[in-house]
Write a protein that binds this ligand. Structure first.
Ligand SMILES: [Zn+2]
Ligand SMILES: [Zn+2]
Length: 115
């Protein structure tokens, strides 16, 4: 059976958290630098959510041998799993896995303002 649940998009976006310009590759919908995302989808890629809240990486989850970032919406509390991408900031992934992401995240903002 065909499913229209996943719509592949290749749009660029500016990260709502750190301001990084992210080149869309059709697979990632989060910023590879700070791992933040936006609550714009109900199902991946459909842009059907009207919350548009900032979704921050909350923790890591392992499922079927794959690593997922669990994003949590800062506005409505909605959570969603996203596969870790090879481009993702390894230090941020590490900070997520050892629970220091809250301390690490502000450093990403500092990096942006010093540019
Ligand atoms: Zn970012
Ligand atoms: Zn939301």
């Amino acid at each position: 059976m065909q499913t229209a649940k996943f719509t592949r998009k290749t749009e660029d976006f500016d990260c709502a958290f750190c301001g990084k310009h992210v080149k869309g590759n059709g697979y990632t919908n989060h910023c590879p630098e700070c791992l933040s995302s936006l609550h714009v989808d109900v199902n991946p890629g459909d842009r059907a959510a009207n919350c548009h809240g900032l979704m921050l990486a909350d923790h890591l989850e392992r499922k079927n041998g794959e690593m997922y970032i669990v994003h949590k919406c800062t506005k409505c509390g909605f959570t969603r799993r996203n596969k870790v991408c090879p481009d993702d900031n390894f230090k941020a992934i590490l900070a997520l896995s050892n629970g220091t992401i809250e301390e690490y995240r502000p450093k990403l903002l500092l990096k942006k303002t010093s540019k």
